[in-house]
Design a protein around this ligand. Structure first.
Ligand code: MSP
Length: 513
C-alpha cells in the first residue's frame, strides 16, 4: 500500500511523515470519568498507530483551567482557584497515565510561559486584522458549559446539556466577528479542506452555518473571571475561556515559545472531541485560524457519548464510572478494549458491566488469548519451541495483507470499534485454520507449513493490536521475539515477522478468566 494513504501527509525535512493528534483539554472542576478516558484512548490509538507506521507523531492532551465554574467552586470552598486546578489537573494527568495514553505533552492553560503568550498572540493577530471589536453582551451564559446561549437554544428555559438555568448577563465584552467567516468555514468543510466526520456531524454543523453565524463574545470582565489570560492592552478584561482554550492546540506544540517545533507539527492532522463541543471546533475554531491567517487543521472527529447501563452519567445519579477503579479491577488493556469496542461510529454507546464481561470472555480470552496459547503450545510441543521452516498458507497470508489494508482505512476514518472487529476477524480465521486443518494432528511438511504460517499471523496480530491494547500486545511480541518499535509502513507489511528458528515462549494465558 502507498505510504501516503496511511500517513499524516506533510513530509518533514528528514523524509518522515508527521502526525499531530489532540484530545480536548478537560475541565478541572471535577474528577475524570470514562467519557474522558474514552476520548483519550481513541486519540492514543491513532498516535500509536502512526508511530507504528514510522511517522513523527505528537499527541497533545491537557486541562482547561481558566473557567468561571472553577472561580465559583473555589469561592464556595474558600480556597484559591489554583489549588483546585492543581488538584484535578493532577488527577487528569494520573488518569492519562493509568489509561496508558502515550502523550508527548500535557498542557495546562494556567501555564503563563507556554500557553498565555500564544493565546495573546492569536488575539493580537485577529485584532490587528480588524476582527475584534468592543460591545455590550446581553444574554445568557451556562457556567457548566462555559458557553453563551440564546433563548431558543434552551429546553424549558434550561441548558440543554446540564438542565440548569443559565445566568443572565449584561456586560462590556470584546466580540469576535465570527459572522464574517461563515462562507469561508463552510467552504473549508464542504470541500474537505477541514474534514468533519462522521457525516451526520458534518451536516449538522453545515446547517448551523447555513442558519447564519453570529459574532461571539470573546472576553469577560476581569473582576468576574478572576483567573485567565489577560486581554492584550486591556487589564479590565480576560479572554473568554473557549477563545483561549482552543489556542492550546497551537500552544501545546510551541506556538509562542518554540516556533521550530510549531512549524514541524502544525496543522493538526486530527482533533478528537465529543459531540457536545462540535460547534466550538467546527465553527469558531476554524474561523479564529482564518482570522489569524493560520492553516486549518485537517480533520475533526466527533464521537458520541457513553451512557451508563442505559442512563445518562451524572454525579447526582451517582453512576459516574471512575477509570482508576475500573483499571484496578480489570487491568488497563481490557478497559481500553471495551471502551473502544462499545462506542460505535457516529453513535452513542453504553457502558455495561455485563457486556464488559461477555466481551472479555469471548473476544479476548476465548478468541485472541486462545489463539496465542494454541499456536505457542503447538510450537513448544511439536517443534521444541522453535518456529519451523515451512511453506506459507497462501490464503491466510493474503488475509493478513488484506487486514493491514483495511485496518489502515478504518483508522483513517477513524472507526475504532470496526477496526477491532476487523482484527478479531483475522483471529477467528486463524482459529478456524487450526480446526479445519486439525493442525494438532498434522505431521511433517504439513505441520511445519501450518505452524510457520500461524506464527507469522500471530506476529502480525501482536503488532496490529498494539495501538489498542499495548500492554498485552507487547507481552505477545515478547513471547514471539518481536521488537515493539522501529517499524515503518513498509516493514510493517512484510510477511515474515517471526523467522524460522525463532525460539518462542508459551507463557501464562494472556487473558485469564
Ligand atoms: N474544556 C472543554 C474542552 C475544551 S477543548 C479546547 C470541555 N471539557 S470537558 O472536561 O467537559 O470534556 C469534554 C469532553 O470529554 C467531551 O468532548 C468528550 O470528549 C469527553 N466526554 C465527556 N463526557 C463524555 C461521555 N459521557 N461520553 C464520551 N465522551 C465524553 O468540554
Amino acid at each position: 500500500m502507498a505510504k501516503t494513504e496511511q500517513s499524516g501527509g506533510k513530509t518533514l525535512a528528514n523524509g518522515r511523515k508527521k502526525f499531530y493528534v489532540t484530545t480536548p483539554i478537560y475541565y478541572v472542576n471535577d474528577k475524570p470519568h470514562i467519557g474522558h478516558a474514552y476520548t483519550s484512548t481513541a486519540t492514543d490509538v491513532l498516535a500509536r498507530w502512526h508511530r507504528l507506521l514510522g511517522d513523527d507523531t505528537f499527541l497533545l492532551t491537557g486541562t482547561d483551567e481558566n473557567t468561571l465554574k472553577l472561580v465559583e467552586k473555589a469561592k464556595k470552598e474558600g480556597v484559591e482557584p489554583r489549588e483546585i486546578a492543581d488538584r484535578y489537573a493532577e488527577r487528569f494527568e494520573a488518569s492519562a497515565k493509568v489509561m496508558e495514553i502515550s502523550y508527548d505533552r500535557f498542557i495546562r492553560t494556567t501555564d503563563e510561559a507556554k500557553h498565555h503568550p500564544g493565546a495573546q498572540e492569536i488575539w493580537k493577530r485577529i485584532e490587528s486584522a480588524g476582527h475584534i471589536y468592543k460591545g455590550t453582551y446581553e444574554g445568557l451564559y451556562c457556567v457548566d458549559c462555559e458557553a453563551y446561549y440564546t433563548e431558543k437554544d434552551l429546553t424549558d428555559g434550561k441548558c440543554p446539556i446540564h438542565s440548569t438555568p443559565p445566568q443572565k448577563l449584561k456586560e462590556e465584552n470584546y466580540f469576535f466577528k465570527l459572522s464574517a467567516f461563515g462562507d469561508q468555514v463552510k467552504e473549508a468543510i464542504d470541500s474537505g479542506k477541514y474534514e468533519v466526520v462522521p457525516e451526520t456531524r458534518r451536516n449538522e454543523i453545515l446547517s448551523v452555518i447555513a442558519g447564519g453565524l453570529k459574532d461571539v463574545s470573546c472576553s469577560r470582565p476581569a473582576d468576574k473571571l478572576t483567573m485567565g489570560v489577560p486581554v492584550p492592552g486591556d487589564d479590565t478584561q480576560r479572554m473568554y475561556v473557549w477563545f483561549e482554550a482552543l489556542t492550546n492546540y497551537l500552544n501545546g506544540i510551541g506556538f509562542g515559545w518554540d516556533e521550530k517545533r510549531f512549524a514541524r507539527y502544525w496543522p493538526a492532522d486530527i482533533h478528537v472531541i465529543g459531540k457536545e463541543i462540535s460547534r466550538f471546533h467546527a465553527a469558531i475554531w476554524p474561523a479564529m485560524l482564518l482570522a489569524a491567517e493560520l492553516p486549518l487543521p485537517k480533520k475533526l472527529y466527533v464521537h458520541g457519548f457513553f451512557t451508563m447501563e442505559g442512563e445518562k452519567m451524572s454525579k447526582s445519579k451517582g453512576n459516574v464510572v471512575d477509570p482508576f477503579e475500573l483499571v484496578e479491577k480489570h487491568g488497563v488493556d481490557p478497559v481500553r478494549y471495551y471502551l473502544l469496542r462499545a462506542l460505535p461510529y457516529a453513535e452513542d454507546g453504553d457502558f455495561s458491566e455485563r457486556r464488559f464481561k461477555e466481551m472479555y470472555d469471548s473476544e479476548l480470552a476465548n478468541d485472541l488469548g486462545n489463539l496465542a496459547s494454541r499456536v505457542l503450545t503447538l510450537v513448544e510441543k511439536k517443534c521444541d519451541g522453535k518456529v519451523p521452516e515451512g511453506k506459507a498458507d497462501p490464503k491466510l497470508k493474503e488475509h493478513v495483507a488484506q487486514t493491514h489494508h483495511e485496518l489502515a482505512n478504518l483508522l483513517d476514518a477513524p472507526k475504532f470499534a470496526e477496526a477491532l472487529e476487523r482484527l478479531n476477524g483475522l483471529v477467528s480465521l486463524a482459529n478456524r485454520f487450526i480446526e479445519e486443518n486439525k493442525v494438532y494432528q498434522q505431521e511433517g511438511d504439513d505441520l511445519n507449513g501450518s505452524l510457520y504460517t500461524l506464527a507469522q499471523t500471530l506476529g502480525h496480530l501482536a503488532l496490529l493490536y498494539q495501538p489498542f491494547i499495548p500492554g498485552k500486545a507487547g507481552e505477545l511480541q515478547q513471547r514471539l521475539g518481536l521488537k515493539p518499535d522501529g517499524w515503518d509502513a513498509d516493514s510493517l507489511l512484510e510477511w515474515e515477522k517471526v523467522p524460522a528458528g525463532t525460539k518462542v515462549a508459551k507463557g501464562e494465558p494472556l487473558f485469564p478468566k
